[in-house]
Ligand binder design. Structure first.
Ligand code: ATP
Length: 240
């Protein structure tokens, strides 16, 4: 793997009350990579992202951004450092227009010119959001809401994007569209950690992959090699 380590987890344990969701999770995301975290329902994928963005605290271990611990920082400060989380389920705010939803993503930006520029960039990437900018965000289709959630994250000007199941519930055509956009964002310089249940799709897009099971990292490797690995194919790609 090439590039400097941007983000790393080292031996992270995380709990919900008494329930242990992560057990000694270690992983690395390097500059310019798309890294995917694969696993079945309840394996700990979302919790891993939440531990990075500060929504869940690591009880053991450390989370570092460019070698500096962010494990004790409040979520808004982590976002301010360029790590932006697009949660599962999109969380589009009802009663706000598409444009207002996007502007909310830039609440940390004091510079109005920069905010306008980012808005233009988001509209260029997702023309449908421009068309619908005066409509209530909650009236968008599922795929458009996913675009809005990603657009809102992009308003922060992220260095690292944490994407939680962006393909969930979308028609195949929209999934292809979202994946194309993720690839484009990555090529434009955004480092991406992508959580997916659709392993086949994620392995086509990613450079490197981790597999999590029961809160533990069980496997890791180049995405291309994982696609060929018989045990991965059998367990995660649904082929015998
Ligand atoms: P999914 O795709 O279903 O969200 P996941 O791999 O993202 O799966 P997590 O959501 O990280 O899994 O959940 C890991 C474990 O933590 C599961 O056993 C889950 O039941 C538990 N868990 C997650 N959120 C909570 C919560 N708020 N309270 C209690 N337990 C939780």
């Amino acid at each position: 793997r090439q590039g400097d380590v941007r983000l790393s987890l080292q031996g992270v344990d995380a709990f919900y009350g008494q329930i242990q969701a992560l057990r000694g999770v270690s992983l690395e995301v390097r500059q310019g990579e798309i890294v995917t975290l694969l696993g079945s329902n309840g394996a700990g994928k979302s919790t891993t992202l939440k531990t990075i963005s500060g929504l869940v605290r690591a009880r053991q271990g450390d989370v570092c951004l460019e070698g500096e611990s962010i494990a004790r920082l409040p979520a808004h400060q982590i976002a301010r450092r360029g790590v932006v989380h697009v949660p599962e389920g999109r969380r589009v705010l009802r009663g706000l227009t598409v444009k207002e939803n996007l502007e909310l993503g830039a609440f940390t930006l004091k510079d109005n010119a920069l905010r306008r520029q980012r808005l233009e960039e988001v509209y260029a990437l997702f023309p449908i959001l421009h068309e619908r900018r005066h409509q209530d965000g909650s009236l968008l289709s599922g795929g458009q809401q996913q675009m809005l959630a990603m657009g809102r994250a992009l308003m922060h000007g992220p260095n690292v994007m944490l994407l939680d199941e962006p393909s969930m519930g979308l028609a195949p055509k929209l999934v292809t569209e979202i994946m194309r956009i993720i690839k484009r964002l990555n090529e434009a310089g955004t480092t991406i950690l992508l959580v997916e249940q659709n392993a086949r799709l994620a392995l086509r897009l990613a450079h490197y992959a981790y597999v999590i099971e029961n809160g533990e990292i069980r496997m890791q490797g180049d995405a291309a090699a994982m696609r060929e690995d018989a045990s991965v194919v059998k367990a995660y790609l649904g082929l015998g």
